[in-house]
Design a binder for this molecule. Structure first.
Ligand SMILES: Nc1ncnc2c1ncn2[C@@H]1O[C@H](COP(=O)(O)OP(=O)(O)OP(=O)(O)O)[C@@H](O)[C@H]1O
Ligand SMILES: O=C(O)[C@@H](O)C(=O)CO
Length: 435
């Protein structure tokens, strides 16, 4: 069997989210961190998800990284390519969704791609081109306060229209209701008018099935992980997948339990508050980080003390919009984020070297920084904790067993996610609970 799907994800939590849905729909999937440098045995693999950190980089860099990933996946013969971005369409007027989609399409010689950000299982739906998070429009969902890419407009046709010189169209719910053939005809009609990007309405999993049926033969699809849950069924129908594969089981987990949170989303802020009512935790302050090493050393000492006592520990930069804005006013948006990411990366390096073996990271950029600091190149996907967030494992040269790692997208997970994650891991791998 050849590689069926080659996916390029613009952040690490998003990559894990997509890999999780592909695995749950029966694909054998490998997630790599960046474009693999060493040879990868793909004999029993249906899908590769390449995780990039390209959501918030300058657009030219995001395009170059995405094309390098595409080249690698094309050389391995993937039948279809998937550009995975956030289900909340995280981007700015400078990019990176438009520029990357344009570049990938051009390299593949395609004339049109569909945009399917929805993930109904996590409350992300699209109607008349407007993105909802639960019952709120995107710009009223908390995403208007995002530290790096505040989302002030829920109309995705308009949002994407500011990121690409090409016209953007809409496949509306009324068309989806008529089935896959009707969607195909709508896309063809739009293509005949020269419409290159088509935002697709999606209200539920049935709509995802309809879209997957219409899109499975496109060279390039783009969107959130919801589409990834529906495409494998279409691949199977076309005979591209041998059978339904079962998710692989994880090795026994061991070592201290640590949560590192750099996400400032509403969901994460609730999860931080919930955890702090039950377990020890410490805040990381970008303003204090800017003053030198003292702050990070104090945080490290706090974490060490509680880990030594066998407690799960939380280190969080997560803060409400006023505090984030105050730090950004002094340091600038980029430097504030970079200081936090660097500190969380260093803490991860240090504490994992000292015995942390169960690690939850909240936030896509944050996960990118932590996973890169740990030098992880590949993740094995296990069962999910909540929709979109599986436990994963990665081998580390200095550890006997693998590091267990959960990369949580900012807005995903129930309020008790941080403590429940460790309980779920213990149930999955049969180890004693630490949380
Ligand atoms: N107190 C703070 N002040 C300023 N910036 C912060 C603060 N805390 C975190 N940040 C930065 O905010 C950014 C949060 O982005 P991140 O992608 O990690 O979370 P998210 O967007 O909520 O998650 P996701 O991308 O998975 O939805 C990071 O760059 C982080 O370093
Ligand atoms: O699609 C989502 O919401 C997530 O996978 C994500 O990309 C968050 O960074």
């Amino acid at each position: 069997m050849t590689l069926v799907l080659g996916a390029i994800a613009d952040d690490f939590t998003g990559a894990t989210d997509l890999a999780n849905n592909l695995v749950r729909s029966g694909m054998r999937c490998v997630q790599t961190i960046g474009v693999p440098e060493a040879a990868l045995d793909l004999a029993d693999v249906d899908a590769v998800v390449v995780a990039l950190k390209s959501r918030s980089t300058p657009a030219e860099q995001a395009v170059a990284d995405s094309l390098a990933a595409l080249d690698w996946l094309q050389a391995r013969g993937a039948r279809q390519f998937f550009f995975k971005y956030c289900s909340t369409f995280d981007s700015t007027d400078a990019g990176n969704i438009g520029p990357v989609a344009d570049a990938l399409l051009e390299r593949l010689g395609g004339t049109q791609t569909a945009m399917v950000p929805a993930f109904p299982a996590n409350g992300r739906t699209v109607y008349q081109g407007h993105l909802f998070v639960g019952d709120r429009l995107l710009n009223d969902s908390g995403m208007q306060h995002h530290p790096l890419n505040p989302m002030h407009d829920a109309d995705l046709v308009r949002v994407l229209g500011r990121q690409t010189p090409h016209p953007v169209g809409l496949a509306a719910r009324s068309t989806l209701a008529q089935g896959g053939d009707a969607v195909r005809r709508r896309l063809e009609a739009l293509a005949a008018e020269g419409i290159r990007h088509v935002i697709c309405d999606t209200l539920d999993d049935t709509d995802l099935e309809v879209l997957a049926e219409a899109l499975a033969d496109y060279p390039l699809v783009t969107g959130g992980s919801g589409l990834g849950q529906a495409l494998p069924g279409q691949y199977r129908r076309r005979g591209w997948l041998a059978e339904m594969d079962e998710p692989g089981s994880l090795a026994p987990a061991s070592g201290g339990a640590l949560v590192l949170s750099g996400s400032c989303s509403w969901a994460t802020l609730g999860q931080v508050a919930h955890f702090l009512q039950r377990h020890p935790g410490v805040a990381l302050d970008p303003l204090a980080l800017a003053e030198g090493e003292k702050h990070v050393r104090a945080v490290l000492a706090f974490a060490r003390e509680h880990l030594a006592a066998g407690d799960p520990v939380l280190v969080h930069a997560s803060a409400d919009p006023e505090r984030v804005k105050a730090a950004q006013a002094v340091l600038g948006v980029e430097r504030a984020g970079a200081l936090v990411e660097q500190a969380l990366g260093e803490l991860a390096q240090c504490l994992v070297a000292e015995g942390v073996g169960r690690l939850v990271v909240a936030g896509g950029e944050t996960s990118g920084a932590v996973v890169s600091a740990l030098g992880i190149r590949q993740l094995r996907i296990g069962d999910q904790i909540d929709p979109g967030v599986p436990w994963t494992q990665a081998p580390l040269s200095h550890r006997e067993g693998p590091l267990s790692l959960a990369l949580k997208s900012g807005n995903f997970g129930g309020e008790d996610f941080f403590s429940r994650a460790f309980t779920v891991l213990d149930e999955l791998t049969g180890e004693e609970g630490a949380a």
